[in-house]
Write a new protein. Structure first.
Length: 132
């Protein structure tokens, strides 16, 4: 699956799951991609490992985001490519992640990955959990 430049701010990865609407895509900002590559290099994570984006039950708003690295995709994973970074998303998580933009912030308010999720009906104050 190819990656298209959505804007100067984010790279849109078409999921191909429900159609061609922009809201069906996962977007990853160049800053987030740079940080993922940097983390992999600093921690000697092999180039062929993929970034796993996910959602699990828990957190103060009901659902929490998960990020990690996996050596390979699992059965029924959606596998995408974002400028050389493989992204793995399981089918259950994809339901909640459609239209999400993954970004990286290193400002005064903190440092870390952030999820801009149009599906979230509520979020917690720290931004690590949401309700849909």
């Amino acid at each position: 699956m190819s990656v298209a430049i959505m804007s100067a701010d984010a790279i849109s990865i078409p999921t191909g799951i429900t159609g061609t609407d922009e809201n069906d895509n996962i977007s990853i900002t160049p800053k987030a991609i740079t940080e993922v590559k940097k983390i992999k290099e600093q921690n000697s994570i092999p180039d062929d490992y993929g970034l796993r984006l996910g959602v699990k039950g828990g957190g103060c708003s009901g659902l929490s985001y998960t990020l990690g690295f996996d050596a390979q995709s699992r059965d029924h994973d959606l596998v995408l490519d974002a400028e050389g970074v493989r992204v793995f998303i399981d089918a259950k998580s994809m339901f909640y992640l459609m239209g999400v933009t993954l970004d990286f912030s290193d400002g005064l308010m903190g440092r870390g990955f952030t999820f801009n999720n149009p599906n979230a009906t509520k979020t917690c104050g720290c931004g690590s959990s949401f309700g849909a």
